[in-house]
Design a binder for this molecule. Structure first.
Ligand SMILES: Cc1cc2nc3c(=O)[nH]c(=O)nc-3n(C[C@H](O)[C@H](O)[C@H](O)COP(=O)(O)OP(=O)(O)OC[C@H]3O[C@@H](n4cnc5c(N)ncnc54)[C@H](O)[C@@H]3O)c2cc1C
Length: 286
């Protein structure tokens, strides 16, 4: 499998990268290349020019900032998983270690994963459940995109073709907060047959104050299970309540393929949503 011929540019600044993306017809940004290059090799994509983000400086920060956490566009899955700055949120390490293999984790990026919007990508679920935001810069300046506004379809986002995610931000968990990501890997590819990310905040009486559950690998687009969340808001947080809330997920619109039928995916969604919530609750109550 060999990609079609393409030109290659390696800008030394973010603004230069954006200028190239805006000026060159059929140009595409490449970061870790772990999704784009395979797609090019299979000739699913054949951009005329690749604009490489790899030599743009200052994009690999992983830090606590402004009451939350910032992850630069070039931070790899492996760096995110090992970052001391994110130790308060074990969901990051637990998600990173589920992604591909060591080579993929050493090159692929969290920001690239969000921009790629794979229906079975792991980070999109975590991004949705934690209520993250991306800062995206384009020719007209920088804007913020909230998690709920990023994914618009299968492999599609609200980013313009000349917009670059500069960093991804996540709010810091307060007291009595817990979050977790659980995944069932498809045996051959390692991608999620189902991935569930849950985030919970308890009030002083042990009731659910904020709940978010997001699923990947199920529908054509990663999504929040708002019906489950609504049943839990204000409810006593115990295992029985979590199980009851996950018995029915109104937002399910599962794909069916040779790896899993729609029925099986629906079943997995209910089971993994509950398990992710249970683990998030254990952490919130610890
Ligand atoms: C063998 C293998 C196994 C994998 N297993 C998993 C898995 O289990 N789970 C999982 O979630 N993923 C998996 N992946 C995909 C991997 O996580 C990719 O790293 C990730 O999806 C894309 O990140 P990247 O930096 O490699 O992006 P690239 O491949 O460079 O780019 C992907 C897309 O995002 C765009 N893009 C990249 N960075 C930015 C940015 N900063 N701003 C705007 N647009 C941007 C590109 O233009 C392109 O359209 C696997 C990949 C391989 C090859």
């Amino acid at each position: 499998v060999i990609p079609a011929e393409f030109d290659y540019r390696a800008p030394r600044s973010l603004d230069q990268a954006i200028e190239l993306l805006a000026a060159l017809p059929d140009a595409k940004l490449v970061s870790g290349g772990m999704s784009l290059i395979p797609a090019m090799k299979h000739r699913l994509l054949a951009p005329a020019v690749l604009v490489d983000l790899g030599r743009v400086p200052d994009l690999d920060a992983i830090a606590a900032r402004d009451g939350g956490f910032v992850i630069g566009a070039r931070a790899t899955h492996g760096q995110v998983g090992a970052a001391a700055a994110l130790a308060a949120l074990p969901i990051f390490a637990e998600t990173a270690r589920e992604i591909g293999d060591a080579q993929v984790r050493n090159r692929g990026t969290l920001a690239g994963s969000l921009a790629h919007a794979d229906p079975a990508g792991d980070w999109p679920a975590v991004f949705l459940a934690l209520g993250g935001r991306v800062s995206a810069r384009g020719p007209g300046g920088e804007r913020e995109i909230a998690a709920g506004d990023l994914f618009t379809g299968m492999l599609a986002t609200s980013l313009a073709s000349d917009e670059v995610i500069r960093e991804v931000r996540f709010p810091a968990p307060g007291p009595r907060c817990g979050s977790a990501y659980l995944k069932l890997r498809q045996a051959a590819s390692g991608f999620a047959l189902v991935g569930a990310a849950a985030s919970l905040r308890l009030d002083a009486q042990g009731r659910c104050e904020r709940v978010a559950v997001a699923l990947t690998g199920i529908n054509a687009v990663p999504f929040r299970a708002a019906s489950v969340e609504a049943r839990l808001e204000g409810a006593r947080a115990d295992r029985a309540a979590l199980a009851a809330a996950c018995a029915e997920i109104a937002e399910l619109d599962p794909t069916s393929d040779l790896h899993a039928s729609a029925d099986y995916r629906s079943h997995l969604a209910r089971v993994y949503a509950r398990r992710a919530l249970e683990r998030a609750l254990e952490r919130a109550a610890a």
